[in-house]
Design a binder for this molecule. Structure first.
Ligand code: DO4
Ligand code: MG
Length: 302
């Protein structure tokens, strides 16, 4: 199942199942994707099975449909648009899970700490964002006012249920101020957490729909004044850790809410020339997970 949350003027927030180019509105059965996941867990059902049940029930009640393309708009109270696909209470990140990420970060910061973490039993995990810090699909991601090199980090994210198996996958942009991280790795939280530091979506794809979670291809483009200034690609075939391992470490002695999103690291490392600028458009795309688009905005420092 592919699940979205979206906004329709006059109706407000909606939940839908994406079937091809059509979105079947299941809001009359369940008000949010998080409620759907919570109900699935309470009833001992898979997220996929519960979504199918909700879809069948909504259809039985004569569910409305909308065209998926009609939702691909920047957030505005006057136009239908996509929302974040789950109201995650917390977004966490895993780092240096791809060799390139370890090598390039060590080179840039003249340390070996990233390679050590890459090979260590314990993964790097960090708190990334709360929902208000996350940009909606087609919404604005931020560049801190004190950063000259903020980069897109195009990643696969998992949604966590009640155990260590991902219940769904989505795309995530772990936007990060690399110059701040490079100045001193202890500045990592300032590099990672600020207004508009993250976006994820456009949809949740339930785990059952992903034939091989270790061959998810992710492509990323930065478009400036209509021209592509950076393009990169990675695959979760290059991911050095298992999703279950990352989730198990995150959950250890750390009660995380159902529906938490964990973004699993980037395998695409843009060069300094691709430092994000105000007005850039960032596209992250995957054949399995859809396309996440955001505009970039330089923050004002207040
Ligand atoms: O260690 C710093 C952050 C790493 C990260 O976010 C990544 O590898 O994706
Ligand atoms: Mg990252």
């Amino acid at each position: 199942m592919r699940l979205v949350q979206f906004f329709v003027p006059e109706l407000g927030k909606r939940v839908g199942v994406v079937e091809g180019e059509t979105v079947v509105d299941i809001t009359e059965v369940v008000p949010t994707t998080l409620a759907l996941l919570e109900r699935a867990i309470a009833e001992g059902k898979s997220f996929e099975a519960k979504a199918k049940e909700a879809l069948d029930e909504a259809r039985g009640r004569g569910a409305q449909t909308v065209d998926f393309n009609s939702l691909q708009n920047p957030p505005s109270p006057d136009k239908p648009h996509l929302l974040l696909p789950i109201d995650a209470a917390e977004v966490w990140g895993a780092g240096v899970t791809y060799k390139r990420s370890a090598e390039e970060r060590d080179l840039d910061s003249q340390t070996d700490i990233y390679t050590r973490v890459y090979f260590s039993d314990r993964p790097e995990l960090f708190f990334k964002a709360t929902l208000p810090r996350c940009a909606l699909p087609f919404g604005e991601i931020g560049i801190r006012s004190d950063s000259d090199f903020t980069a897109v980090e195009a990643e696969v994210a998992v949604v966590i249920g009640s155990d260590n198996r991902p219940v769904a996958f989505t795309l995530c942009n772990d936007v990060s101020a690399w110059d701040i991280e490079r100045a001193n790795p202890l500045y990592l939280p300032q590099s990672k957490i600020y207004a508009g530091c993250c976006s994820f979506g456009p949809m949740l794809v339930t785990a059952e729909q992903i034939a091989d979670p270790y061959s998810i291809v992710v492509r990323c483009r930065v478009v400036r004044d209509g021209k592509v200034v950076f393009e990169g690609e990675a695959s979760t075939a290059q991911l050095s850790r298992r999703y279950e391992e990352l989730i198990a470490f995150l959950r250890r002695d750390n009660p995380i809410p159902i529906g938490t999103v964990l973004t699993t690291g980037t395998g695409i490392m843009p060069p300094p020339e691709a430092a994000l600028r105000d007005g850039d458009i960032v596209e992250i795309e995957s054949p399995q997970l859809g396309k996440l688009v955001n505009r970039v905005r330089k923050l004002s420092g207040v």
